[in-house]
Design a protein around this ligand. Structure first.
Ligand code: ATP
Ligand code: MG
Length: 835
């Protein structure tokens, strides 16, 4: 022992140590103060029940509340709270949202609250989360981890093959109808055996047979369809307790937004992860037979679960969503607590009263007391158009007025409609008047033939067993491998028990195949093998895509065509390559890439990741991210279904006609009508400050004009809340002036054909003027532009031309408007002037 040693136990009294200790205490005190400040910040701007939900610990928690009461805000804050205050590892959090877009927004908000750590959390849709689990675990159930995901069009193609094989009359058994039935079975976790056992009549037996054979073919193709993604994950967790334990240990916190729209399979998934006794799920199917089962070792306690939702906003019953999941939460998770939120922070009282009045017509719901202290605000504005064009023109003009007179930006405005097809009319007029907009969903970019062909190439490259994709492209473009040759190859595959791809490689062995076909197949196989080498070398998805389009002769085929549509197809393919390039450049973009690897920069998103993203995005009713990354300042057009969870200062709810909204299909069915009414509730409650409701007296549906009566939901709005700007259709050839006598000014919705009330005609005059102005605009010469030219645009101001494609009527210019971003404009319509 050295002389400098001190008496044991009293070391801390030596001078330097005391100083250090003091500093530590000070820093602990300051970090405690920091923590307190952070905690306060996280709870800032929350009311009492919202705070209670954020800090709740332990038993499962249900937050039920009407629209705009802060459910999503609570969920987001809770994630931040878990990470910072409860020291949860970000990797132990699983948050489920309804769309990829909502997931991205939530992630961004959490990242703002807790920083970069947020990146390794799983914030995603059910589908994305399950795909990630399956990529790791699916080999246990006989798939390889490179499985393909079939979207609805692929599924239909496969089902057609199945029905054909079963020799079923295509008129009686339509692939769509059978698939619908199969999808319901999957959402209820009934596998083909269960469905066959349950079948109680000939029709069901036939469906079950189709289901069995469809599943077999999916398995042969190493592919899953959308519903399989969830069902397979649940079966995996049920059948392999050791796998379940891995995920129960991993996800200590599970949070689900929009819980009212979960279906049985999704409920079962949550139950597997969070229940005390995961084997006791409500009507759960028995675990997959033949599985190892066995002991899972020591079990961990249940994970903490929070779900938030609103039974009044359940709008996906047609996809198997089950309101019971929210109504029965307390039975499903004994010892659950429930928190109610009653203050709405989104909308004015006027908007809220209107929405409450409408939803109040649904039977058997729990009444809510939702209130707002935002004041009454503006009255709701109503408009009745002569036809859908008139309605759209009203919307465009009103947006214009709001931007001029009330400081509203186009980005504050959303236009909702019931079905995708209704967007076209709005797009037309918006393009004409130069109002910037985007359509969310409905563009169905990924359903265009050329896009699907291109993806078909990529998919069969990623997974050669994917027969649907391979057969889609084997003779596209036409290369002399006709139906007969394909049938010979299929027979060979069946005879030798190999995949279609393997059979193609040895096509010369096929019976009865023509030498010409064998040669054509040989060169196709050569091209594919060459492309496969690029995949094996981990080449970027965009590079592979371009090579595939080029070497397959696909581009050359389109370029040689003089069909104007093929020009658009080329543009769409260019767009797809751009999407792939953007994806490859963004290392955060790969949903299946392990986030920790991504963070370390060791993994680049590959072809498989790209295909996964595309499959998931295409389903979620979304368009790919705008290539400009430009997301503000444009009017959003979307269906009511897509609008769920979102909010906008100004909302136009259009097409309020019986037969349109509520949808024709729902008119004779009370429960479907109630679902439509919930959809109306969703639509009305998206608005923060201004709400417009409109309808058209005549609407062309599939070419034929139809006269639809006003939507019954309009009747349900309190009369004094609505300021009808125009209630009658203008005099038209089909109107009968005598009917007008029944028109009373107190009735907000006069009968069809009522004469234009005096004093309202000036609107028609204005409309005519607007029309004339637009015609003049349309007739003006198309500016001839070249890259580098300076231009002036009515809305975006000064810009510089970047590129010009196409000629004359079809010329499209990309113009850089500085802070407004780069816009692609069709010059025939765009209000631009060359300087
Ligand atoms: P929906 O049912 O439509 O999904 P929601 O219940 O999820 O709605 P949020 O979107 O979370 O509601 O919140 C609605 C709006 O109210 C948001 O703009 C949110 O920021 C705001 N908000 C929520 N709680 C508060 C609060 N305590 N104070 C101020 N604003 C709030
Ligand atoms: Mg929400």
């Amino acid at each position: 022992m050295s002389s400098s040693s001190v008496i044991p136990g009293l070391e801390h009294l030596s001078a330097p140590d005391t100083a250090r200790r003091g500093a530590e205490q000070a820093s602990e005190a300051s970090s405690a103060a920091d923590r307190q400040r952070r905690a306060d910040e996280l709870l800032d701007g929350l009311n009492d029940p919202q705070r209670a939900a954020v800090v709740h610990a332990g038993a499962p928690l249900l937050v039920v509340a009407g629209a705009g009461s802060g459910k999503t805000r609570v969920l987001t804050r809770r994630i931040a709270w878990l990470v910072t205050e409860r020291r949860a590892h970000p990797g132990s959090i699983l948050a489920i949202t309804f769309t990829n877009k909502a997931a991205a927004e939530m992630k961004e908000r959490v990242e703002q609250l807790v920083g970069r750590r947020a990146r390794i959390m799983w914030v995603s849709t059910f589908h994305s989360a399950c795909v990630r689990i399956l990529r790791k675990e699916i080999d246990r159930v006989g798939f390889s981890s490179s499985f393909s995901i079939y979207d609805s069009a692929d599924s239909q193609r496969l089902m057609s093959l199945v029905l054909n094989d079963l020799d079923l009359d295509p008129k009686r058994y339509q692939p769509r109808a059978v698939l619908n039935w199969v999808s319901n079975a999957k959402n209820e976790l009934r596998d083909p055996e269960a469905a066959t056992a349950d079948a109680s009549n000939h029709l069901e037996e036939t469906y079950a047979a189709a289901y069995t054979s469809y599943q077999r073919r999916l398995r042969d193709a190493n592919a899953l369809d959308f519903d399989d993604i969830i069902m397979t994950t649940v079966h995996l967790l049920q059948g392999y307790p050791e796998v379940r334990e891995v995920y129960r240990r991993r996800f200590r916190h599970v949070l689900v937004d929009e819980y009212q729209d979960t279906n049985h399979a999704q409920y079962a998934l949550i139950h597997q992860l969070c229940a005390d006794d995961p084997e006791a799920a409500r009507d759960s199917a028995t675990p997959v037979p033949g599985d190892v089962g066995g002991s899972a070792g020591e079990r961990v306690g249940p994970s903490e679960l929070m779900v938030v939702g609103d039974a009044d906003q359940s709008i996906y019953a047609f996809r198997g969503a089950n309101i019971r999941n929210i109504l029965d939460f307390e039975q499903d998770f004994p010892n659950a607590s429930t928190i109610l939120l009653e203050q709405n922070y989104r909308s004015t009282q006027t908007i809220l009263t209107a929405a409450n009045a409408v939803i109040g017509n649904n039977e058997g719901r729990k009444p809510k007391r939702l209130w707002s202290d935002a004041g009454d605000g503006e009255r709701i504005v109503g408009y009745v158009g002569d036809d859908e064009h008139d309605e759209a023109r009203f919307v465009a003009e009103e947006v214009d007025k709001l931007t001029d007179d009330h400081g509203v930006r186009p980005g504050d405005v959303a236009v909702f409609y019931r079905t995708n097809a209704q967007s076209r009319v709005f797009e037309e007029i918006f393009v004409r008047v130069g109002l910037p907009y985007k359509v969310v969903g409905g563009v169905r970019f990924y359903e265009r033939r050329e896009v699907r062909d291109a993806l078909g190439y990529l998919r069969m490259l990623a997974n050669p067993a994917d027969e649907v994709s391979l057969r889609r492209v084997v003779n596209t473009p036409k290369r002399g491998i006709g139906d007969r040759a394909q049938a010979c190859v299929a027979a060979l595959a069946a005879r030798e028990g190999t995949t279609y791809w393997e059979a193609l490689r040895v096509a010369h062995r096929a019976d009865g195949i023509a030498t010409r076909s064998v040669n054509a197949i040989r060169s196709f196989v050569d091209v594919v093998e060459e492309l496969q080498q690029m995949v094996a070398a981990d080449e970027r998805p965009d590079v592979i895509l371009e090579a595939a389009l080029d070497r397959s002769g696909y581009l050359a085929d389109l370029e040689a065509s003089d069909d104007p549509q093929d020009e658009t197809r080329l543009e769409n393919l260019a767009e797809l390559v751009a999407v792939a390039r953007e994806f490859a450049d963004d290392p955060q973009a790969g949903p299946s890439a392990d986030p920790t690897d991504v963070e370390a920069g060791t993994v680049r998103p590959g072809l498989g990741d790209f295909l996964e993203r595309v499959a998931l995005v295409a389903d979620a009713d979304q368009i790919p991210a705008d290539p400009d990354g430009e997301d503000v300042g444009v009017v959003t057009l979307m269906t009511l279904h897509t609008a769920k969870g979102l909010e906008f200062p100004v909302v136009f709810l259009t097409g309020l006609e019986d037969g349109v909204f509520p949808h024709m299909r729902a008119l004779g069915d009370r429960s479907e009508l109630e679902e439509e009414r919930r959809l109306a509730y969703v639509g009305l409650t998206r608005a923060r400050e201004r709400l417009y409701i409109s309808r058209a007296v005549v609407r062309s549906a599939w070419g034929a004009p139809s006269h639809n009566p006003a939507s019954r939901f309009l009747d349900e709005l309190p009369v004094d809340l609505v300021d009808w700007r125009r209630t009658a259709a203008a005099q038209t050839s089909w109107s009968r002036p005598d009917v007008g006598s029944s028109w009373a000014s107190a009735d907000p919705r006069p009968a069809l054909g009522a004469p234009t009330p005096a004093g309202r005609r000036n609107f028609s005059a204005a409309a005519a003027r607007a029309d004339a102005a637009k015609k003049a605009k349309a007739a003006r010469p198309i500016p001839s532009l070249a890259p580098g030219d300076r231009v002036q645009h009515d809305t975006f101001g000064l810009g510089t031309v970047v590129t010009v494609e196409g000629a004359a009527e079809k010329s499209v210019a990309s113009i850089d408007f500085g802070s407004d971003g780069v816009k692609r404009l069709l010059l025939r319509y765009a209000p631009v002037e060359k300087l």
